[in-house]
Design a protein around this ligand. Sequence first.
Ligand code: ZN
Ligand code: CA
Length: 319
Amino acid sequence: MRSQLLPFCLLLVSPMYGQDSGLRCLNNHPVELDRHLSEAPQALDRALTAKAALDARTASFQRGGGGPYIIPVVFHIIHNNGPENISDAQVEDAVRILNEDFNKLNPDWTQVAPAFIDIVADVGIEFRLAQRDPEGNCTNGITRTVSNLTEVGDFDMTQVIQWPRERYMNIWVCRYANGAAGYTYYPMWLDGWPEADGIVVQYNYVGSIGAGSPFRSRVLSHETGHWLNLMHCWGDSNEPGDDANCAMDDGVDDTPNTRGWTSCLVTGASCGNVQDNVQNYMEYAYCSRMFTTGQADRMLAALTSPIAQREDLWQPGNL
Ligand code: ZN
Ligand code: CA
């Protein structure tokens, strides 16, 4: 039950996202979430209600012919005229990779182990840099704001600028992402906390060019998974590589229970499996190549749900 109440994760991210970094993933950022829960007494009940509704929806969700699901995206670059003021080209490269990964267009999906290659998902979500800002003016989907808070990367930084979460997926790029490579929250937490809705990412975990790198370029696919209600493959834990994770489920049928991986042993097996899905985006094995079809269904159940207003994003009226 504790893991349901406080699904924190404090995960070593360096092996997956960059051989040159020791940064962590901070899903459901524990410091920020603790502060929120202490300041907003109703927040926990609201989140548990949202979780129950989304769990029920997910359990009965059948992928139909819906879509295409097009999500307008805005990158807010919070900078202090340092290297975190990344180029438009780096942002566009990140969006390209995100679209490849969510549409089975990443060239490296063919390297997936035979045991899992038949369940590599074409999730069918397209991310497009916004062309209109909230006032209806033309935009390239990238804002730039000078603020010292780029050195902090906390909730207060996200309040420097945010576009309505029911119309845009907000991504904040900063110099220091509050101790993480990137972080976001499950829809259950964001449902009643729209101010925090979006993904915070450190500038060198965006795209594969400029300050980014191919090794770190899948961070946004991983974080977008969380933003669309995916857990890590080993479950709601902050401890990959722990045998106790074998007793924990990630809510997805076709991902085997696993200890969780921080190195890329493609043939790796744990928890009595023949093989683990080491190459999953929601693992930490630095060789991620895929979402499973089960994960795709779980994400689409969230995206077509009113929880955290996800279903508003892709409506034709919003595009
Ligand atoms: Zn994560
Ligand atoms: Ca599973």
